[in-house]
Write a protein that binds this ligand. Structure first.
Ligand code: NIG
Ligand code: FE
Length: 408
């Protein structure tokens, strides 16, 4: 049965002459969980107007596409609050990692957690994002670093998508850190490429493969091995690149046709050009920059000039950004990185969808796409980037159905 949403102002986020793809006095028709029609209410075909099974009055609210958080590590166990205290005393993120803390401390807690515990600890994190209109979320593994624990994280991500009205896009991040039982990182990369990746592909456990290319993680050569294996199995790739140093990660990601390269604080001009040529999305993670008290900002102007699309994501994780808010990241993308509010919102809708390879299904209010959208109590879409710890979300619709508010 078709449903109709009327009396709404649309920020379709479709590129064009109108900022935000704005349509005042809009209407949106939903059929079978998809957007059947979207446009000016006056242009609504009479068949749709008269045949609608139910008409919703948006009471003049703004409607945007459902938000897309295209980079999270929200399935994990434990907390790193004690490391936060250490860092505030002057110990760096890299030093903590070299001492066996950091990612490895979350690996210990995550390995010790069963599926039920992992799901229970991750649910509130996901609910918090969803309460602000997130309808699609990417979730990475990477805190198991051995087959059973990595796959348990991915199973937890799948379970979350069964429990909550949200689309989960799982990513395999086996090459996140060198696990303690390996003396040689290359041996671990052998296991990732030879054992884990084939199983990920065979069991369809993840849509894409990520890696952490950094001084405290894996070299460009090791990363390239992971990408070779992933591409050979038909899996998409993406990369944690140039976060703490310039390791040529952006160019490496582009060389393998990566969907996205993420972080990018230290990305050089060659990396920008390579990303532009490959169509690789730049995923900006201002929350991690903020929480690690970094000072080097990603080359946003360079991305703009080269036409590299920029997405904005939460990076929700226990070490560098224990965030429960994507709207806060929009604010930080503007205040810390200099994005415009329109760029920030495009970064959490249209370009985040592209970073997940899902731009044909989600990310804009367009006929044929999934009916994932949000009604907001705001006077202008810039307010989504303006508030700090403010949640103006009124109603979330996913695949055409109103999501019941769930406790945080
Ligand atoms: O995106 N950079 C690597 N991975 C995460 C942090 C992981 C952690 O510290 O637990 C990130 O910042
Ligand atoms: Fe990350």
């Amino acid at each position: 049965m078709d449903e109709l949403w009327v009396n709404v102002r649309l920020a379709t986020m479709v590129p064009g002459p109108e900022p935000y793809g704005r349509i005042d006095d809009g209407a949106l028709a939903v059929s079978d969980g998809r957007i059947a029609w979207v446009g000016k209410a006056g242009d609504l075909p009479s068949g749709l107007r008269n045949g609608a099974g139910r008409v919703h009055d948006g009471e003049g609210r703004w409607v945007t596409p459902g938000l897309v958080d295209c980079h999270t590590h929200l399935v994990y166990a434990g907390s790193r609050a004690a490391e936060f205290e250490q860092r505030l005393q002057g110990v760096s993120y890299e030093e903590i990692a070299r001492q066996g803390g950091g990612i490895l401390s979350t690996v210990r807690a995550t390995r010790a957690a069963d599926l039920k515990t992992l799901v229970a600890q991750s649910l509130p994190r996901l609910r918090s994002l969803m309460a602000e209109g997130v309808t699609t979320v990417e979730i990475k593994s990477g805190y198991g670093l051995e087959p059973s624990a990595e796959f348990r994280q991915l199973a937890a991500a799948a379970e979350l998508s069964r429990r909550l009205p949200v689309t989960v896009v799982p990513t395999f991040l086996g090459a996140h850190a060198q696990p303690p039982e390996y003396d040689d990182a290359d041996d671990y990369i052998d296991a990732v490429c030879g054992k884990m990746l084939p199983e990920v592909a065979r069991r369809h456990l993840a849509a894409a493969v990520d890696a952490f290319c950094e001084r405290i993680a894996f070299t460009p050569a090791q990363t390239a091995r992971v990408f070779e294996a992933a591409r050979g199995l038909g899996l998409s790739v993406k990369l944690h690149a140039d976060q703490l140093s310039d390791g040529g990660g952006a160019a490496l990601a582009a060389r393998y046709g990566a969907l996205s390269a993420d972080h990018l604080e230290y990305t050089n001009a060659g990396g920008i050009a390579a990303m532009a040529a490959a169509g690789t999305v730049a995923v900006l993670l201002p929350g991690a920059f903020y929480f690690l008290r970094e000072t080097r900002v990603p080359p946003v102007d360079g991305f703009r000039r080269a036409g590299v699309p920029m997405a904005v994501a939460s990076d929700s994780n226990p070490g560098s950004c224990p965030a429960g808010s994507l709207l806060l990241m929009l604010n930080m993308a503007c205040t810390l990185f200099g994005l415009t509010p329109e760029e920030a919102l495009a970064g959490a809708t249209r370009y985040a969808a592209r970073a997940l390879g899902k731009e044909m299904r989600i990310g804009t209010l367009s006929a044929g796409k999934d009916a994932d959208f949000v009604l907001w109590d705001i006077a202008h879409p810039a307010e989504l980037s303006y508030g700090l710890g403010v949640n103006p979300c009124h109603t979330v619709v996913r695949r055409g159905r109103i999501s019941e508010p769930s406790p945080r």
